[in-house]
Structures are given as C-alpha cells and as structure tokens.
Design a protein around this ligand. Structure first.
Ligand SMILES: C[S@@+](CC[C@H](N)C(=O)[O-])C[C@H]1O[C@@H](n2cnc3c(N)ncnc32)[C@H](O)[C@@H]1O
Length: 247
C-alpha cells in the first residue's frame, strides 16, 4: 500500500456538492466493486475505459490497494471534478495507470477497450434542472446506463440503482447480448441528490409502475458485471433481479 486511502474530497478541496459529485458511501462501494470484480481479474493487456470519473477517488483508492498492471482511461465532463482528479493522480504518482480527459465519454471512447466501468448518472426526473444536472439519468433514471450497454464493450461494470428501472435495464442488457456474471449489493440511504423533491416525486411515480423498488429508509445499489454471452458464463440476472425488487 502506498499511502492512506483517500476518504474525503470536500474538507480539503472545498467544492460544494452542486459542483462536484460527493457521496462517499456510494463512491466507496463503487470502488469495492471495481476492486473485486474488475481490477483483481485484469491482465496487463486489458484496457479499461471509465465513464464519469468524478473526483477520481473510486479508481485511485483501488489503485492504491490492489496490484494492477493495466491502464485506465477515464472521461469526465465536469471540469472542476476533472481538475481535482488530475491533481490527485499526480499526488499519488498514478499517471502511468490512470488518466482522465475532460471530455464527453460518448464522443471520445475507443471502441476496442476490454472493460467499461461506470457509476453513471441515475437520478430519474422529468428534466435535468436538478442540483447537479449531470446526474440526470433520464425520465426513469436508466437512460445513460442503457446507452453504456449499447457501446459494445465485452465486459461492463455498472452501478445500478433499484429505483432507476432495474428490470427494464437488465432486460435491455440481455437484448444487447450480455449476461450478468457477478454482482454486489449494498443498502444505501436516500441522500442529498436523491432527496431533491423533483427526484423523490419521480421515484414515487416509478414505484407505482413497478419501475422503482425501495423502503422508507433505504434502496439497494448494485455493482453489476455484464459479459457478452458465452457458453462458459453462468447468467445470474434472475438472482440479481430477485434482490433488487425485494423491497
Ligand atoms: C454519479 S457521478 C460518479 C462519479 C464517480 N465515478 C464516483 O463514483 O464517485 C457520475 C459522473 O458522470 C459525469 N458525466 C455525466 N455525463 C458524462 C459524459 N457524457 N461524459 C463523461 N462524464 C459524464 C458527471 O459529471 C459525474 O461526475
């Protein structure tokens, strides 16, 4: 281990949560999913692309604790988040393993990467006039997730929320030729972004249509590893959906 892991960005970097995505519980869970389901299985020839790197902390934390000889190319639209991430990459001397471009993922990603990783925007709302517009995931929260499942990458690790139409999303993945080969699930409390009234109201409407699943206190967030269909895979999408729709 090189140094203590990154635990927070706000205290020292003084961005508001409307400027740079800040939800340590979620970012840390994404980091754990990356570690267990992606980085530990990669070979030096694997190339990884990341949609929406944010402040970079999830990947940086993984790189500080796990031996990884490959390379991760991240994309982040938000210039403040990107600057923060770049300064940390420099601070931890990780430039040979992780680079983030301040560009739109969809306009720039290379088509030959072996893994696509993302904790994508998944807030459902009628429009993107939100505390942080770039966290808008379309009307049902699943628009960007589904777009990422259509770029054709062989292996895709995505964070999927149980209040953002998980059933249609998994069906969509299967229609794109994917199988669910691994997942991890964590209960999360509704936070600053998901408690915004416009978002909360949309989530309640989706629940009436069986497109959002949650309790008064928590929702489930899953890290899901999709692989293109292969006879050696065991598809566990039914098990994933059983848990995601349990509340
Ligand atoms: C939920 S945040 C996740 C940030 C970070 N990966 C984490 O888990 O802490 C999603 C990020 O995607 C970024 N984003 C949204 N649309 C994007 C696009 N088209 N290209 C690149 N980044 C994008 C947002 O600015 C935001 O930082």
């Amino acid at each position: 281990m090189k140094e203590a892991l990154l635990t927070s960005n706000k205290a020292s970097d003084s961005y508001s949560p409307n400027e740079v995505f800040f939800c340590p519980e979620e970012s840390q869970f994404y980091s754990q999913c990356l570690d267990k389901m992606v980085l530990k299985h990669c070979t030096p020839s694997d190339s990884i692309i990341e949609f929406g790197a944010g402040d970079g902390s999830p990947v940086i934390n993984c790189l500080l604790k796990t031996k990884f000889d490959g390379f991760i190319q991240g994309y982040e639209l938000n210039s403040a988040a990107c600057k923060l991430a770049q300064s940390r990459i420099e601070q931890y001397q990780l430039k040979d393993k992780y680079i983030i471009d301040n560009k739109c993922f969809f306009k720039n990603f290379p088509s030959d990467a072996s893994y696509l990783i993302a904790n994508p925007p998944y807030l459902p709302a009628p429009d993107d006039n939100l505390y942080m517009p770039s966290l808008h995931g379309g009307k049902d929260g699943a628009t960007i997730t589904q777009k990422l499942l259509s770029v054709g990458c062989e292996n895709v690790l995505l964070m999927i929320s149980a209040y953002s139409n998980p059933v249609d999303t998994i069906d969509y993945a299967i229609a794109q030729g994917y199988q669910v080969v691994d997942f991890m699930i964590s209960p999360l409390r509704f936070g600053y972004y998901s408690c915004e009234p416009k978002v909360r109201n949309t989530i309640a409407e989706l629940r009436n249509k069986y497109k959002a699943f949650y309790s008064e206190n928590i929702y489930f967030l899953a890290g899901v590893l999709f692989k293109k269909e292969d006879s050696s895979n065991v598809d566990i999408s039914a098990e994933l959906l059983k848990v995601m729709t349990a509340l």
